[in-house]
Design a protein. Structure first.
Length: 822
RNA sequence: GGCCGAGUGGUGAAAUUGGCAUACACGCAACACUUAAAAUGUUGUGGGCGCAAGCUCGUGCGGGUUCAAGUCCCGCCUCGGCCACCA
């Protein structure tokens, strides 16, 4: 037992804990209150075939430390595990190999489970769920039906993002810089009948709810940006020689006299029927343009529509242009162009030689020039005056803004308006490996809900995975026959499946009642555990998951199932673990660290401690192959101190706390060491609660550095206990086989801090002369200021700087510092 | 372009929120043990000057507040993340 070789006992304990059911069946725990419960949650993991990554180990270990710590101080901890198991990678793999996703997914889950158990995560495995199980997706479908009943799930024809490679529609969120998030192919636009969830119903509450949650500021800001609330005005422009009006949305209605033309999006209803050939051509080219071409090549393009509008205030005719820098989906899909104050309009006007009217002037200048509205006027409206604006000339923009709005309102051509960037959530996917949308169509093509007694609406297995542009479900014989049998001749199923974000946006509710076959979760269970007390999830791809989860939570609350407004009370993000070269790990860069290799060489305790020691949990941190050694050495020293010594026991076989650990001799009254231990117990506990795991480990190391031969057995047990959340295997091994522990170290209580041992009677404080440290003295904490000063003046170094005890001023911060000004 | 972060030794990072800058590690150097290496242990390790006690400079840059600034205020520079033709 002298050599530290962790692998045997680590594997033994990881299996033993699960076999003993040490952390299980927490979801039906009794006597749970808002005060004593801790619902700890790690982001729903997608079980990829490549297995656990070192980037998973960091948040998992952090949560596991919290779980073990909170259990030790008497909290009811709920720490469940599940799998976001539907999704494209498994299906793509099936297309390549023919192996059904259900098989590869099961294998991947097995691998992940084994690896997570191997690093000792104290999950409640009894509550394990997976979104691809019929017992789970039955309730995903049930949720769809509840939304459908409330008209919050609806079908409409819409231009959608289409990935030609994945052969599927993508949500806006899955399009990254014009490319498919999954396969990097250029995304094109296509018009299709799709199912949507009406998340826009909750827009304002999705904004205001952010005030009540403890989330990183940046995350809240990202949510706000995505929702994109913008206050402005809608102004109607009459088309010449026509009854038709074009409404435009603007946030700068006060520049309206500078509107020298209008621009509409290529998809705008006004122009789709145009007979002009150059318009037709432009529409065609705009449509075929990929998102990427649009973004990379920001050169303005456009075409004159042949139509004119009447400016409501000047009553002059202005031309209407078509250009793809105006987005159909935002605002009204049409703008009034003010080239004198808007960068984009200015570029467009220059390129197509359109007139520019300057309507703003800096109040100390007489120049007529371009002034950016968003950058300058909006910031300091009082510094700019209106010009070329009829009756409003000479007013500053603060007054002008009000007065012009009033005029537009009086004329009934403009009104205040709010627009949002957030649009309804497109959930249809023309893919196999997802939850089927529970809708059937009668022979006339009308949609009907699948009856609840037919849930789970099973995903058929007789399919070919090769994508054809339509859902693979269409070719399932069983699926089509099932519908005719259940609903009648000529009835057909909805062939699309749901976006996997639907599955993963309510899983935290299912966790509270994971085996329920009658309900998606009992209200009292959700009431018991919700909201999640602490959620740890990566900073990438969270905007949508969080918006969707919040949307479902608010919907289910309105339906009476749930009593919380927000699902996640506190949230933090783990940083990224970078490669040793300080770059993001990737196979192509060859800088990937495999956790299995680290475990084989050093053991899981070392891996856990190293990842916790690397730095602050939310910072990106580079891996260092050498630095792992530091944690390994520390654990070896703990091992040789505790593990290899024979511990004397008293006659009853229980441990004699008055025995010295290393020598077996009577305990020396080592006051300093006991004091340090108490300080360490307090610091480790405080640091864990503050998520400062790196400094908690540093404190543990500092204590060990001070340990000599005189650590009492009682103190040894306390030290081992506060180390146990970080290194659960080795501490368990020593506890059970060397210290005679009958029960697991992970079920005993956190040591009490002896507050009296923390109170220092004497302290050493630095003495400064003019702010520079020149010496130090030992004092009693409650010595009066005068006494401290007198003592300081006796120090020889101090006397070198202060002659005849004369100084201008002395500042004494009790127990901390003394500063003389000379 | 918008919104968030971050800049401290050779490296990862600490600093009780205004009170001894560089804790804890890694690395490096010397020594001990060894035939030797590994492992382990001991000591040292921000720059400059000095044999030394010590002095002095020092937290991206420039200013300011304060007895006291890595920390607060003003103005810059650099790097990273997310979003982005959103009217």
């Amino acid at each position: 037992m002298s050599k530290y070789f962790p692998i045997d006992f680590e594997e033994k304990w990881s299996k033993q804990w699960v076999a003993d059911g040490l952390f299980q069946h927490t979801f039906d725990a009794k006597d749970v209150t808002d005060e004593n419960r801790k619902y700890l949650l790690y982001a729903f993991a997608y079980p990829s075939g490549s297995g656990l990554h070192v980037g998973h180990v960091e948040p998992l270990t952090a949560l596991d430390i919290l779980a073990r710590y909170y259990r030790s101080i008497g909290k009811k901890v709920f720490f469940p595990v599940g799998w976001d198991a539907f999704g494209l990678p498994a299906e793509n793999y099936a297309i390549k190999t023919g192996i059904p996703p259900v098989k590869t997914t099961k294998d991947a889950i097995d691998t992940f489970s084994r690896q997570i158990k191997r690093i000792g995560v104290s999950y409640d495995w009894g509550a394990e769920i997976a979104t691809c199980h019929p017992g789970y997706y039955q309730w995903t479908q049930w949720l769809f039906l509840q939304l459908y009943k409330k008209k919050l799930a609806y079908k409409k024809s819409a231009p959608v993002n289409w990935c030609p490679s994945c052969q599927t529609v993508l949500a806006n969120e899955q399009v990254v810089e014009g490319k498919c998030e999954r396969c990097d192919t250029d995304v094109i636009q296509k018009k299709m009948e799709q199912w949507f969830f009406k998340i826009t119903q909750y827009m304002d509450e999705l904004i205001s709810g952010l005030d009540s949650v403890d989330w990183p500021k940046a995350t809240k800001q990202q949510q706000l940006n995505w929702i994109g609330k913008s206050e402005g005005a809608e102004i109607k422009f009459q088309i010449s020689n026509s009854e038709t009006q074009i409404p435009v949305f603007t946030t700068a209605h006060d520049t309206i006299y500078g509107a020298t033309f209008l621009v509409v999006a290529p998809e705008h209803s006004l122009v789709s029927a145009s007979k002009l050939t150059d318009v037709q051509e432009y529409l065609k080219s705009a449509q075929s343009k990929t998102e990427e071409e649009r973004l990379v090549n920001k050169e303005k393009t456009g075409v004159f529509s042949g139509l004119y509008a009447i400016h409501p205030l000047t009553e002059r005719e202005i031309p209407i242009w078509i250009a793809d820098y105006v987005l159909a989906q935002y605002g009204t899909g049409a703008i009034m162009a003010v080239p004198g104050n808007d960068e984009r309009d200015f570029q467009f006007a220059q390129k197509f030689d359109l007139p520019i009217t300057y309507v703003a002037q800096k109040n100390d200048s007489s120049n007529q020039e371009f002034i950016s509205y968003s950058k300058e006027i909006k910031e300091n409206p009082k510094q700019f005056l209106l010009i070329n604006s009829g009756e409003f000339d000479g007013q500053d923009f603060e007054a002008g803004r009000e007065n012009i709005m009033k005029k537009l309102d009086d004329m009934s051509v403009g009104k205040r308006e709010i627009t949002y960037k957030l649009r309804d959530w497109l959930i249809s996917r023309q893919r196999y490996w997802g939850a089927p949308i529970p809708i059937v169509y009668d022979p006339e093509g009308n949609a009907h809900m699948v009856k609840e007694e037919h849930l789970p609406w099973m995903l058929p297995t007789d399919v070919d995975f090769k994508p054809t542009g339509e859902s693979p479900l269409k070719l399932s014989k069983e699926f089509n026959e099932r519908v005719e049998k259940l609903y009648g001749k000529g009835w057909t199923p909805e062939y699309d499946t749901m976006d996997t974000f639907v599955d993963s946006s309510w899983y935290y509710l299912r966790f509270t009642d994971p085996r329920n076959t009658d309900e998606f979760a009992r209200t009292e269970h959700m009431k018991k555990w919700m909201p999640v007390d602490f959620y740890m999830i990566g900073p990438e791809h969270i905007v949508l998951h969080l918006l969707y989860s919040r949307f479902f939570t608010k919907f289910l609350r309105d339906e009476g199932y749930l009593s919380v407004d927000e699902p996640f009370a506190k949230m933090r993000h783990q940083g990224m673990i970078l490669g040793p070269d300080h770059r993001k790990m990737s196979k192509s860069k060859g800088n990937v660290i495999n956790p299995d290799d680290v475990i084989t060489e050093y053991g899981a305790d070392t891996l856990r401690m190293y990842e916790m020691f690397m730095g602050p949990i939310d910072a990106d941190k580079p891996w260092s192959v050498e630095s792992v050694q530091g944690q390994y050495r520390f654990l070896k020293r703990v091992w040789s101190l505790f593990g290899s010594r024979v511990i004397p026991t008293s006659v009853e076989g229980s441990l004699d706390p008055s025995t010295s650990l290393r020598t077996g001799s009577a305990r020396d009254d080592n006051e300093a060491l006991t004091q340090l231990l108490n300080k360490t117990i307090k610091k480790v506990g405080d640091d864990i609660e503050a998520l400062k795991f790196n400094t908690a480990i540093a404190a543990l190391m500092e204590f060990l550095n001070e340990v000599d031969d005189n650590l009492s057995l009682d103190d040894a047990k306390k030290f081992l206990k506060i180390l146990s959340p970080f290194a659960p295997f080795m501490t368990e091994e020593i506890w059970r086989s060397q210290l005679g522990g009958k029960e697991s170290i992970h079920t005993v209580s956190w040591p009490m801090v002896d507050e009296s041992a923390l109170q220092k009677s004497t302290v050493t404080i630095p003495i400064q002369i003019n702010g520079k440290v020149r010496g130090s003295i030992n004092i009693s904490v409650d010595d009066p200021q005068e006494q401290v000063i007198q003592k300081a003046l006796t120090v020889q170094k101090v006397q070198q700087y202060i002659t005849d005890n004369s100084y201008k001023k002395a500042i004494y911060v009790p127990g901390k510092i003394l500063n003389f000004i000379v």
